[in-house]
Design a protein around this ligand. Structure first.
Ligand SMILES: [Zn+2]
Ligand SMILES: [Zn+2]
Ligand SMILES: [Zn+2]
Length: 256
């Protein structure tokens, strides 16, 4: 299994428009964060998790010429607004399987109404094959276990991926991880988890909370993502415990 951090930034992206803070003006490329997304490669199959408005740029940067499926954690703009940019893949390979929870589909059908209305024919619509997630399923040769996490008043889908040897979980956009979901996050080789900023936030984990979850779950390795501009790469990296690091755009982890 090979993991690529497609994007590691919070919803506004870093640098944030109009901001002159230390991180937004940093010359360290690891402080330049497109919106959060993940690619998992297994054999010759590629799975994408979340599709922000930066998806097109991320696919070009990583020179991706084919994807096999898309998983969506929740229907917030910074996780779905790149959906129309799957069309170049559709032109070559036809409809893309898209997996999301029932509540996420309810919102996706509103936001992307034009995809689902039969009177819109042709005209360059993204082509998808919708799948509703409610229990573990197999895709691209990986066993995927979905579990709910709390994101303010909403629910987000966290995912655990297994190739039978290595175990990875991706948990973005949440401020609380329910006890039952924590049980799905034990024994991990790699945890990729929300860490928005240092101060508490009503809908996201802040650094102290994220580190407390990591301390409890004890994954072999942890990467922090969905990072805002008050977390500066060089500064924050000096204070993180062993086995925990800030993710950055383009970071690749080979788990073989
Ligand atoms: Zn987000
Ligand atoms: Zn800033
Ligand atoms: Zn969100």
């Amino acid at each position: 299994m090979r993991i690529t951090l497609l994007g590691t930034g919070t919803s506004v992206g870093i640098p944030m428009i109009g901001c002159a803070c230390l991180t937004c003006t940093s010359s360290d490329p690891r402080d330049r964060r497109t919106r959060t997304g993940l690619m998992i490669e297994h054999g010759d199959r590629r799975l994408i998790v979340d599709i922000s408005a930066d998806f097109r740029h991320q696919m070009l940067r990583e020179r991706v010429n084919r994807i096999d499926a898309l998983l969506i954690t929740h229907c917030h703009a910074d996780h779905v607004f790149g959906l129309d940019d799957i069309r170049p893949f559709n032109f070559q390979y036809g409809p893309l399987p898209v997996h999301a929870s029932e509540s996420t589909w309810r919102q996706l059908r509103k936001v992307f109404y034009y995809i689902f209305e039969s009177r819109h024919i042709g005209g360059g619509l993204p082509q998808i094959t919708p799948h509703t997630i409610d229990e573990p399923f197999e895709i691209c040769g990986l066993w995927v276990t979905p579990f709910p996490v709390i994101h303010g008043k909403g629910e987000v889908t966290g995912f655990r991926f297994s190739d039978g040897v290595r175990e990875v979980a991706f948990v973005t956009d949440c401020n609380i991880i329910p006890e039952q979901s924590l049980q799905q996050m034990l024994g991990l080789d790699l945890l990729i988890i929300d860490a928005l900023r240092y101060k508490p936030h009503p809908t996201h984990l802040h650094m102290e909370q994220t580190l407390a979850y990591i301390d409890r779950l004890k994954p072999a390795q942890s990467l922090l993502t969905h990072i805002g501009h008050d977390i500066n790469f060089a500064d924050a990296s000096r204070h993180l415990p062993d086995g925990v690091a800030l993710a950055w755009d383009g970071l690749k982890i080979d788990l073989d």
